[in-house]
Design a protein around this ligand. Structure first.
Ligand SMILES: *Cc1c(COP(=O)(O)O)cnc(C)c1O
Length: 430
């Protein structure tokens, strides 16, 4: 901790030493107030890469120029547009290129994955999730359970932190999975918890699920583009994600899935079919009888959303250029710097009713720190927003701050701390 100091000069020196600092210039920062905006909401909606508008224009021009022939004549032919995203998504997820595909949106994809990988029987019907999972994930599992004729009251098992703790221990997750044993059909966890910012041990969770004969799936909404993933090597069965958070694809951006090759190579895995998942070489013979493509491609339904993919591609090009390892190293530094400032501020003013929910170990978190206020948190959040500091508020008492390594700087964090400390001194004088 002592390696850091609280001064603008020190933060500037860290920025000067940061080889990724210039990537900030590739993004549009919001300007809806008279204030300079400090943006810490990349975990909710990533900023817009400046290249996105050209990427979209490019496709509009090709549509203008070629009409339907754009499927094959466009500069990036629409027919196979999804293949342009395969390598970068494989890199970010640690999947094989054939194990990933972008399609639809996250909640839709979770349902599609559960159609294939949640196949309850009288003996094996439970789903284990983390307590406090994202609402859409709850609704997905509840309605899937009910759809199959089971009762969410008995079939949905939630793992909560121990009394007095705010995050989960891996040993407790593993023990719960083992306790429920052969009654469990699926363990569905988030990769990074949206509320607390805790990064789960996905490898250990997958191993525990497999040891009792259950499937392991992950919701990577807060993990993709944020933390290192090795889905193939961890032997994860499936995963789904959205791309508008750390991947900056814009509102409603296209989601994606990972399906492990041992499932993807088997045409017998049950699924909901559509023509875009049909085996490619004979798709346009338009015959009856669904024959899936190999790999994750075989879960596609509709012809692909080219504008959405073009926006995502523009952003993934920046990730490729920056290098994900370098980004992860900067992520750890930025988060540690933010943590230093919070702790230093609390040392100066112990009257501030703030605790950090996110784990201290860097292996157990990503770019986000969740700040819990035992009182007046919402009021403070509003004051921060009013002066142009954009974090986000989560009921009942959390302000989430996510410095994204592609476009946030060490001086952003210094300015955040200064503003926060001033507001807190007014609210909780010491
Ligand atoms: C953001 C998020 C979602 C959102 O789902 P959409 O279908 O993209 O609207 C779902 N689950 C989790 C865990 C999330 O963080």
């Amino acid at each position: 901790m002592n390696e850091y100091t609280n001064s603008l000069d020190f933060a500037c020196r860290l920025d000067n030493a940061d080889e990724l600092h210039h990537f900030r210039g590739r993004f549009h920062f919001p300007c809806f107030q008279d204030n300079t905006i400090f943006y810490f909401c990349g975990n909710s909606l990533g900023l817009m890469p400046k290249t996105v508008q050209y990427a979209l224009l490019h496709e509009l021009e090709d549509w203008h120029k070629y009409g339907v022939e754009g499927h094959f004549m466009a500069r990036n032919p629409w027919f196979s547009y999804h293949t342009l995203l395969r390598e970068p998504l494989a890199m970010l997820t640690g999947g094989l290129p054939s194990e990933v595909v972008c399609m639809n949106t996250l909640t839709v994809n979770l349902h599609l994955m559960m159609v294939s990988f949640y196949r309850p029987t009288q003996e094996r019907f439970k789903i284990i999730i983390e307590a406090g999972a994202f609402p859409s994930d709850y609704y997905t599992v509840e309605t899937q359970i009910a759809f199959h004729g089971y009762n969410p009251e008995t079939a949905l098992i939630e793992i909560a932190p121990r009394e007095g703790e705010t995050t989960l221990r891996t040993e407790d997750i593993v023990r719960t999975i083992e306790e429920h044993g052969s009654s469990v059909a699926l363990v569905l966890f988030s990769g990074v918890q949206y509320q607390t910012g805790q990064r789960f041990d996905m490898k250990a969770i997958t191993e525990a699920a497999h040891s009792i004969g259950a499937k392991a799936g992950f919701d990577l909404a807060h993990a993709i583009g944020n933390v290192e993933l090795a889905l193939h090597d961890w032997d994860v069965d499936f995963a789904a994600w959205c791309s508008y958070k750390y991947l900056n694809s814009g509102p409603g951006g296209i989601g994606g899935v990972f399906v492990h090759e041992r499932h993807g190579s088997s045409p017998d895995v049950p699924r909901f079919g559509g023509w875009w998942g049909y085996e490619e070489s004979t798709r346009f013979q338009m015959k009856k009888g669904f024959k899936p493509s190999q790999g994750a491609n075989g879960w596609q339904l509709s012809n692909a959303q080219v504008f959405q993919m073009a926006a995502l591609k523009a952003s993934l090009d920046i990730f490729q250029e920056a290098g994900f390892d370098t980004l992860c190293a900067k992520r750890d530094q930025l988060t540690a710097f933010l943590e230093f400032h919070i702790n230093d501020m609390l040392d100066n003013n112990p009257a501030i009713p703030l605790t950090v929910l996110t784990p201290k170990e860097k292996e157990q978190r990503g770019a986000q720190l969740s700040l819990a206020f035992s009182e007046r948190g919402k009021e403070l959040h509003k004051k921060l927003t009013d002066i142009g500091i954009i974090g986000d508020w989560r009921e009942p008492n959390i302000i989430r701050i996510a410095p994204a390594p592609l476009y946030n700087s060490f001086t952003d964090i210094y300015h955040f701390r200064t503003a926060l400390e001033t507001l807190c001194a007014e609210m909780w004088p010491h």
